[in-house]
Write a protein that binds this ligand. Structure first.
Ligand code: AMP
Length: 446
């Protein structure tokens, strides 16, 4: 199937050709015809599947069909984070580059007045985060009476972030008759009930089984002592000559602390989290995209919606509190057909979280051990002994060099006994791959 067969306008097709999009991704192939027909859509797609174009392309097509030049917005996209709003806005502007439609972004963390002026000049498409959109609604600086298409992007995350009441208030301000598109990577009971409220006889399009991780992503679990995670991370980055990695932590202050540790160790790094100003977050992201920094340490909320092409590694330094976030996090790598590696550190206290994640994934993630970073105080085998184990003997070559070894059941004390060892995965494997031609930069830096 090609984009030509989907019925999109030549003005849009020429942009896709210029961008080198050869054929629609599965979510695009399913969603675009449905949206073009004016149907409501429930889209089950995680980030990296091309879901933005799946809604942006047909919405641009439909809006450009009608002659009227909008003063009030005709399409509203609501996203959970500023970063995602920014990226979705950029996508609309890019894909609609040959059309006379303008897209405006409105989100918090920046001054409201410039947004008010921009809105006054007229906008066809508004991409907004819920809080700032409500500010504009309350100040009557936006009029949503002409909305023809509503898009709720990453709806699951919006609910996780507690935006449900804001969304309900926004929905009340929209005209009853409109087209609705709801995209979500995961389907909880709350998402289903939101979908029932918002969508009218929707077509369901789903490209990955629910709550599964991106297929192209190789996943590896490293059991590690909680206090040794920093060193293990540094070891993997340096030994594997990683070009770049996005590292997830759960606490804001840990993000800054870890970034500082990496910096001191010769790995250019930055942290992004909710306490950083929008300017600092944008700068860190830009520096990362330019390759000026090698590691971006982020909390879930700050990282939501980050679009970084060619990201090889995602590291779960801390496991996410919400198991579904694992899927979101690792969707940052292996995007749009590229392969990537998702590395998860697990220690005794986080073993339960890993089990919950594996339950929703319906798969066990392969385990790799580097003995010298293993938790030295964990019991050898939960089933057999509750006494702390002796530190690992350094006699093996692996323990001295830090080479990953295959895991025997009694070497992963706080993981289930019947886990299969990882045959191939190691943080170093990629150093042999073609992608590592990109290594020249970080190697020079570190
Ligand atoms: P998304 O899932 O919307 O975040 O998109 C992930 C990435 O895939 C973005 O970098 C898009 O530019 C890219 N992309 C989207 N659609 C296609 C396509 N049909 N072919 C190639 N790349 C695409």
């Amino acid at each position: 199937m090609t984009f030509n067969t989907l019925g999109l306008k030549p003005e849009i097709l020429s942009v896709l050709e210029r961008k080198g999009y050869k054929k629609p991704t599965p979510i695009q192939a399913q969603a675009i015809p449905a949206v073009l027909k004016g149907r409501d859509v429930l889209g089950g797609a995680q980030t990296g599947t091309g879901k933005t174009a799946a809604f942006a392309l047909p919405v641009l097509h439909r809006l450009s069909e009608s002659e009227k030049r909008a003063r009030h917005p005709r399409s509203l996209v609501i996203t959970p984070t500023r970063e995602l709003a920014d990226q979705v806005c950029t996508s609309f502007r890019t894909y609609g580059g040959n059309l006379k439609l303008n897209t405006v972004k409105i989100f918090g963390g920046v001054k409201i007045n410039p947004q008010i002026s921009t809105l006054k000049n007229g906008a066809d498409i508004v991409v907004a985060t819920p809080g700032r959109l409500l500010d504009h609604i309350n100040q009557k600086t936006i009029n949503l009476n002409n909305i023809e298409v509503l898009i709720l992007d990453e709806a699951d995350r919006m609910l996780d972030m507690g935006f449900i009441n804001d969304i309900k208030k926004i929905l009340k301000k929209l005209p009853e008759s409109r087209q609705n598109l709801l995209f979500s990577a995961t389907y909880s009971k709350d998402i289903r009930s939101l979908a029932e409220t918002v969508l009218n006889n929707p077509i369901s399009v789903e490209v990955t089984p629910r709550n599964t991780a991106a297929e192209k992503v190789e996943q590896i679990v490293y059991p590690v002592g909680a206090s040794r995670r920093k060193e293990l991370l540094l070891h993997l980055i340096k030994e594997g000559s990683w070009y770049q990695a996005l590292v997830f932590v759960s606490m804001k202050h840990n993000a800054s602390r870890l970034a500082k540790f990496l910096e001191k160790s010769g790995v250019p790094s930055a942290a992004i989290h909710g306490d950083k100003s929008q300017g600092a977050r944008t700068k860190a992201l830009d520096d990362f995209k330019k390759g000026d920094i090698q590691v971006l340490v982020a909390t879930d909320i700050a990282a939501r919606g980050l679009q970084i092409d060619n990201l090889d590694y995602v590291v779960n330094f801390d496991l996410p509190q919400v198991p579904e976030d694992y899927v979101h996090r690792i969707g940052r790598t292996g995007r749009a057909g590229k392969s990537g590696t998702a590395i998860t550190f697990v220690h005794r206290e986080s073993a339960r979280q890993l089990e919950r994640i594996e339950k929703i994934l319906k798969q066990e993630i392969p385990v790799t051990v580097i003995p010298r970073f293993q938790d030295e105080t964990a019991p050898k085998d939960q089933a057999q002994s509750s006494k702390p184990a002796r530190p690992e003997s350094p006699r093996s070559e692996a323990a001295k060099t830090g080479t990953p070894v295959r895991v025997k059941p009694d070497r992963k004390p706080y993981l289930k006994n019947n886990r299969k060892p990882n045959q191939t995965g190691s943080g170093n494997r990629r150093s042999q791959s073609g992608r590592n031609n990109r290594n020249s930069k970080p190697q020079a830096r570190s």
